[in-house]
Design a protein around this ligand. Structure first.
Ligand code: GLN
Length: 266
């Protein structure tokens, strides 16, 4: 790494409305792992007060889970120039991590169990439908193997083993993918819909997942992939990150996999 001082701006989608499931941990993980390497980090809330220019100015986008009512409020706000700015960013490869309610909004629509269909941004080719209040929510531990080609290759290179991600899911909606590539395949848990074995979606450099945890503190190499990708895009040169000591995080992952009797990633 050269001595240049890198700066990173994290855009956080609607922190006030989309922080129901602890996904703020993803923001903090990117922030701290960047600061530990000496980078300057700014966090910009991409909420009702934000403009399309704010969206265009960020290097990484993070969106957390939300309940149906909050999703509706967000979608009413994320229209016009703001929606276009989001599309432009993701189409052009801005990295991001979008959890649960957020990917539902990036797809074509989300149908809640009660009330009208919420139209999404249509950036991801997927649809999500809640099958009704009397159906079981998808709740529990979630382990996936990343299968999205580019990401799987990069992560495998980073950690020297097959990229399994550990987390926790909690959603009523079921997602069906269209042409957008799945993030991975379910090893334990339910994933997109409990039927086809897919989990999440991957588009350009955007990671969409049902996995809370939050995802990044439990799988810190994914945070580094996001940081590295953001810096490469911003500074137009390959950037090597100083390794951090992740023994505790990796031990926690191993413990979870062992507990679930999954001998996959160790
Ligand atoms: N409201 C959505 C659902 O139940 C999203 C939930 C979440 O973000 N955890 O499917």
């Amino acid at each position: 790494m050269n001595s240049q001082k890198y700066t990173l701006t994290i855009g956080w989608l609607y922190p006030n409305l989309m922080s129901t499931y602890g996904d703020r941990g993803n923001v903090i993980t990117i922030q701290r792992r960047s600061q530990w390497r000496g980078f300057d980090v700014t966090i910009v809330p991409l909420d009702q007060a934000a403009t399309a220019e704010d969206i265009k100015s960020v290097d990484i986008i993070v969106g957390g889970g939300a309940q149906d009512r909050q999703q509706e409020l967000v979608m009413r706000d994320l229209q016009g120039a703001k929606a276009e700015a989001m599309r432009e960013k993701l189409d052009n490869g801005t990295p991001g991590v979008f959890t649960c309610g957020s990917p539902q909004l990036l797809g074509h629509y989300y149908e809640p169990s009660v009330g009208k269909r919420i139209e999404g941004l249509g950036i991801l080719d997927l649809v999500s439908v809640h099958p009704g209040e009397n159906t079981k929510r998808c709740i529990g531990n979630l382990v996936i193997e990343v299968t999205a080609k580019k990401l799987a290759r990069d992560l495998e290179e980073m950690i020297g083993m097959k990229p399994y991600l550990v987390g926790f899911e909690n959603h009523g909606g079921r997602t069906q993918l269209g042409k957008t590539e799945a993030l991975g395949k379910v090893v334990y848990g339910l994933g997109n819909n409990g039927e086809d074995g897919t989990e999440g979606a991957f588009y350009q450099n955007a990671i969409a997942t049902y996995s809370h945890g939050p995802l990044l503190p439990k799988n810190p190499f994914v945070a580094d992939w996001l940081i590295q990708t953001a810096l490469r895009l911003k500074y137009q040169q390959p950037i090597q990150l100083t390794p951090l000591i992740d023994d505790l995080e990796m031990k926690a992952r191993e413990a979870m996999l062992k507990r679930l009797k999954l001998d996959v990633a160790t």
